[in-house]
Write a protein that binds this ligand. Sequence first.
Ligand SMILES: CC(=O)SCCNC(=O)CCNC(=O)[C@H](O)C(C)(C)COP(=O)(O)OP(=O)(O)OC[C@H]1O[C@@H](n2cnc3c(N)ncnc32)[C@H](O)[C@@H]1OP(=O)(O)O
Length: 374
Amino acid sequence: MSNIDEWVHNANECISIVQKNEKGDVDCEFHPTFTYSIFGDSEVLYGYKNLNIEIQYISPSMKPQLKVTCSDRLAPESGVEPTNVDKTLSKYLRDDRVPESLEPVDVRNIPVAETYSFDERKFCILKSKPSDLAAIMQYLQIFSLFFIEGGSFIDIFDPKWTIYLLYEIKEEQYCLRGYCTVYHYYKWDKTRTDGERPRISQFVIFPPFQREGHGSRLYNTIVNIFLEDPKILEFAVEDSSEAFDDLRDRCDFQRLKSMNIFTSPEFRLPLSKEWLHSQRSATKLPPRQFLRCCEIALTMKMKDLSLLERKALRLLIKERIFRQNLDVLLQLDRSDRLDKIQGAYQNQLDEYKKIAKKLPKLLKEGSRKRQKTK
Ligand SMILES: CC(=O)SCCNC(=O)CCNC(=O)[C@H](O)C(C)(C)COP(=O)(O)OP(=O)(O)OC[C@H]1O[C@@H](n2cnc3c(N)ncnc32)[C@H](O)[C@@H]1OP(=O)(O)O
């Protein structure tokens, strides 16, 4: 038998996702990041030589076609059962809870939430209920397995979902670039009975189009919709990834900056609880994310803070760390607890400094000079 490596393949490298337009021209090609939920933790495929798996999608409907080729296959006498690629993958290519007889959707009829362009390229973000988009969504579910760690299929027919699709329009052809799913939870509030707390659940920009600003555009479009809707009281993000955390910090910080939160005369240490509460409600951010943005902004101003203000910032961050890790910290004795909090505080500052390097500078409002003249 020839070299064993020839018969063993990494599933992520073997699988190519090829998107074609309606004319049949190849638009883009990329690989999945994760296949463990389909092929097991090792993400390995056995039993074929020169295995090539192509999933062809025709945009905008994204109907897939699976093409598996190989130059040789292990004989049954070898005692090794080759991975049944076709059967295993086919189970995930479409959501079988959606009836096959469903009429195709014309994306040109889906409400447009936002359009933008750059470098003479045109993009649009469409917003709809998943049931209206079921004909497309049935094929997109696999992308949350391919690109989101811990991703899973959503229940397309639950009316509490909203779907956002990002298409590039190239010579009248709609080519998918990414999508986001949002689940609208109920939120109790004493001022209204129909309050909502939407949670961004799945957020994917296809790899060839990452780092072009689409993630930020899609996130900001969705947040602007939340901000304009009086029913929406707060919004959250489900099990974020590190890359999405970065995007969220950057976008939330810039929005708060453009809302003049960081130049408000009340944005001074120690931050008042009333101010924090009223400003946070206006931004609809969850308390932790709002405080995080404020802490980043204050860290950026560190050089201009007085000793007292620096102490207040230190206490603000340490208090939050304490509250967030209460269960673990309370099990330690006092000196270990203080060490742990100090270590976490230092790591937090280092993280904020790293984030701050990528953010636009803040104006030197509330500097020590102004404090002295008070
Ligand atoms: C709730 C959840 O679903 S969590 C899971 C989130 N999804 C995933 O992790 C799936 C895989 N990843 C992705 O889909 C994407 O990488 C996302 C959604 C995380 C980010 O989307 P992107 O379109 O790449 O975001 P965007 O382009 O706005 O910003 C990414 C980076 O590119 C940079 N960037 C933006 N525009 C440009 C540009 N024109 N040229 C160069 N860099 C750029 C940004 O500054 C940012 O840099 P940073 O990472 O150093 O801060």
